[in-house]
Design a protein around this ligand. Structure first.
Ligand code: CA
Ligand code: CA
Length: 188
């Protein structure tokens, strides 16, 4: 039997509540063109326009669907929501047609409906050469009307490419190095 002192036992409810908040985003999944509108001043390349990171397309031929930029350009991508949301994680499908492109370091800045900055995430690191989404949990932020995805650096192949983004993903997901087939099976 595990012995827990009275003082520690008193802390348990708060600790468990904190863990629950970290583990389960309080809001519904936010994804696709009805919920996210993406914009940026970064020019797109090759017909891979910014709206394709939130068009909800994940499967072939959507495999080649996303945002792509000429090499070496970084900047900020605005993700506006139709209504304010409680957010607990960010999902990033890095790199259109995987070849070690995409985001390396990035940060999320959270804004309310009056465009006031209400929080920022730590600096996260995007996966290299990954076919699967990566999920980045953070303590829940309430009443978020816009997220700025601040791209700080790029993967070894210096082309900013994003297939899709989402928030509050709670389904089972593939590991970061899963094959295309495994991802298709999960996300068709
Ligand atoms: Ca897409
Ligand atoms: Ca690519």
């Amino acid at each position: 039997m595990i012995h827990i002192s009275a003082s520690r036992r008193a802390l348990l409810p708060a600790l468990l509540l904190s863990l629950a908040l970290l583990a389960a985003p309080s809001g519904a999944m936010v994804m696709g063109p009805g919920q996210i509108t993406a914009s940026t001043t970064i020019p797109s390349q090759g017909g891979f326009t910014i709206n394709q990171i939130c068009d909800g397309l994940l499967t072939a031929p959507g495999w080649f669907n996303g945002f792509a930029v000429n090499p070496g350009i970084i900047g900020t991508i605005h993700l506006d929501f139709a209504t304010p949301q409680a957010l607990g994680d960010f999902v990033l499908w890095n790199d259109v047609n995987v070849a070690s492109e995409g985001i390396s370091q990035f940060r999320l800045d959270f804004f309310d409906a009056s465009s006031a900055l209400i929080g920022s995430s730590p600096v996260f690191v995007g996966p290299i050469g990954s076919t699967a989404p990566a999920i980045y949990p953070f303590p829940v932020v309430e009443n978020v009307k816009r997220v700025d995805l601040v791209v700080l650096s790029l993967n070894p192949s210096p082309r900013l490419e994003i297939r899709e983004v989402a928030f509050n993903w709670s389904d089972v997901v593939a590991g970061e190095q899963s094959t295309f087939g495994a991802v298709k099976a999960l996300f068709r």
